[in-house]
Design a protein around this ligand. Structure first.
Ligand SMILES: Cc1cc2nc3c(=O)[nH]c(=O)nc-3n(C[C@H](O)[C@H](O)[C@H](O)COP(=O)(O)OP(=O)(O)OC[C@H]3O[C@@H](n4cnc5c(N)ncnc54)[C@H](O)[C@@H]3O)c2cc1C
Length: 387
C-alpha cells in the first residue's frame, strides 16, 4: 500500500504575510560621542507560533519615509489621492508601502534615457557602463532621478510601474528562545548619510529608529539560516568573530549555550570604533565572562588610539593574529569558527588573518593553509554570515 505523501508544515508567517509584532523596546545603544546610531530592538511574538533557532534572521517589512513620499509626489506634479491602476490603492499608499523609493530601479533609469536634462546621467546611460552607473548611483535615490526630468514627464501610473517592489530587510536575530521566550531581539545600525545637500536614510533602519515607537507593530517573519547553526555537540568549542552588528547572532549563541548548559568553550572577538560609546552588550559580555560562559573575549576598538602614520587601526583580525597560536590550537581541538558582519572588508581581512595563523602555527605552505581552510569550510566548521 502506498504511503500518503508527507505533509510539509508551511510557516504561517512569511514575506507576503508578515506577523505584526509589537515592539517592546527600541533602545539606542550607541553612547554619547559615537559616530553611529546602533539600536537594540525587542519584538513580542506572543501566540503567533513564530519559531526560530539561534543563527536565524528576522525579515522586517518597512514602510517608506512619509517626507520622502511627499517630496516624490510633488516632483511628479501629482496628487497623493490619485488611484493607481492595478494597485487597488492611491499613489501615497503605493509609494509608502509597496514600492522601493530609495535605490532607483534599472527600469526607472532606462525610462529616463533621453528625457532628463542631466548630461552626466545621459552619458552614463548611453555608455551602458555598469561600473560608471554604479558610481553615479552611489548616494542618489529615486527622488534625485525624478528631479532630473521635466515636471509631468511621467504619469503616476507610469512612474509606479517603473519602480521595484519594496523588499523586506534581514536582521540577524540576537536573542535565544531559551533565554528570551516570547521575544525576538535584533541589533540594527541606522543608515544615515548626507549627499547632494540632502540628508538621507536607509529605508528600514530609519523606519525602525525614527518612525516606530514602543507599542507599535512591525511586520516580521523568520528567515531560517540552516548553514549558521551552533554545533550539534554541546562539547564542541566555538570561536565567534563578530565586529559591529555582526555580534548579533553571537549574543544569541552565548545565551543559548548558557541556557543549554553546553560544556564547550566559547571565544568571542568583538570590535567597534570606541570602547566608551560603542561596546554594545558590554554588561552581558562581562557577565558571560564572570560566570564562565565566555572563556575568552577579545575586543578591538579601531578609533581609540590617536591616528598616526604607519599605525594600523585596531581591528578584530589583529587580535586573532596576536593570539594565533591559541586560535590554531582551538581549531586543532575541533572548534567551529563563525564570522558575521561586514562582507566588504572585514570578512576578507579575517580570512587573510586565518590563512596566516594556520600557515604560521601549523607550519603550512600557502597552498596547504588554503587546503586546511577549505577542509574546515567543507566540514562546516568555518561558517560565515556576512552582508
Ligand atoms: C543575512 C543578513 C543579515 C543582516 N543582519 C544585520 C544586522 O544584524 N544588523 C544590521 O544593522 N544590518 C544587518 N543586515 C543589513 C540589513 O539587512 C540592511 O541592509 C541595512 O539595515 C540597510 O537597510 P536600510 O533599508 O536601512 O537601507 P537601504 O534603504 O537598503 O539603503 C542602503 C543603501 O544606501 C546607500 N548608502 C548607504 N550609505 C551610504 C553613504 N554613506 N553614501 C551613499 N550611499 C549610501 C547604499 O546604496 C546602500 O546600499 C543584514 C543583511 C543580511 C543580508
Amino acid at each position: 500500500m502506498s504511503q500518503p505523501a508527507a505533509r510539509t508544515r508551511r510557516p504561517a508567517w512569511n514575506r507576503k504575510n508578515p506577523y505584526a509584532a509589537e515592539v517592546l523596546e527600541s533602545r539606542r545603544m550607541s553612547g554619547e560621542g559615537s559616530e553611529k546610531d546602533v539600536r537594540h530592538y525587542r519584538f513580542a511574538i506572543g501566540d503567533s507560533g513564530l519559531e526560530y533557532q539561534v543563527g536565524d534572521g528576522l525579515g522586517v517589512r518597512p514602510i517608506n519615509d512619509p517626507a520622502l513620499v511627499d517630496a516624490i509626489i510633488e516632483a511628479l506634479g501629482a496628487s497623493g489621492d490619485v488611484e493607481i491602476a492595478g494597485k487597488d490603492a492611491d499613489l501615497r499608499t503605493v509609494l509608502s508601502t509597496q514600492v522601493e523609493i530609495s535605490v532607483p530601479s534599472t527600469d526607472l533609469l532606462e525610462a529616463m534615457d533621453g528625457r532628463t536634462h542631466d548630461g552626466e546621467l545621459e552619458h552614463v546611460l548611453a555608455t551602458r557602463d555598469k561600473q560608471a552607473l554604479e558610481a553615479w548611483l552611489w548616494g542618489r535615490d529615486v527622488l534625485d532621478v525624478l528631479r532630473m526630468a521635466p515636471l509631468g514627464c511621467l504619469s503616476p501610473d507610469e512612474f509606479v510601474g517603473l519602480l521595484g517592489r519594496l523588499q523586506h530587510r534581514t536582521y540577524s536575530i540576537s536573542s535565544s528562545p531559551l533565554s528570551h521566550p516570547g521575544e525576538i531581539h535584533t541589533i540594527v545600525s541606522t543608515v544615515r548619510y548626507r549627499s547632494a545637500e540632502r540628508d538621507r536614510g536607509g529605508v528600514c533602519s530609519t523606519y525602525l529608529a525614527d518612525r516606530i515607537e514602543t507599542g507599535d507593530r512591525v511586520g516580521v517573519f523568520i528567515l531560517p539560516n540552516r548553514s549558521f547553526r551552533l554545533p550539534a555537540d554541546d562539547a564542541t568549542p566555538v570561536i565567534m568573530v563578530g565586529p559591529g552588528t555582526g555580534v548579533a547572532p553571537f549574543r544569541a549563541f552565548l545565551h543559548d549555550r548558557r541556557g543549554r548548559g553546553a560544556s564547550g568553550r566559547n571565544w568571542l572577538f568583538f570590535g567597534e570604533q570606541h570602547r566608551a560609546s560603542d561596546y554594545h552588550y558590554h554588561e552581558e559580555f562581562e557577565e558571560f565572562l564572570a560566570d564562565g560562559t565566555l572563556d575568552r573575549l577579545d575586543l578591538a576598538f579601531s578609533r581609540d588610539q590617536p591616528p598616526a602614520e604607519g599605525v594600523a587601526k585596531d581591528y578584530v583580525q589583529n587580535h586573532m593574529l596576536r593570539h594565533g597560536a591559541d586560535l590554531y590550537a582551538w581549531l586543532e581541538e575541533g572548534a567551529q569558527l563563525y564570522v558575521c558582519g561586514d562582507a566588504t572588508r572585514m570578512a576578507k581581512d579575517v580570512d587573510t588573518a586565518l590563512h596566516r595563523i594556520v600557515g604560521e602555527h601549523g607550519g603550512l605552505s600557502d597552498d596547504a593553509a588554503e587546503d586546511y581552510l577549505s577542509a574546515l569550510r567543507k566540514d562546516k566548521r568555518y561558517l560565515r554570515d556576512v552582508y
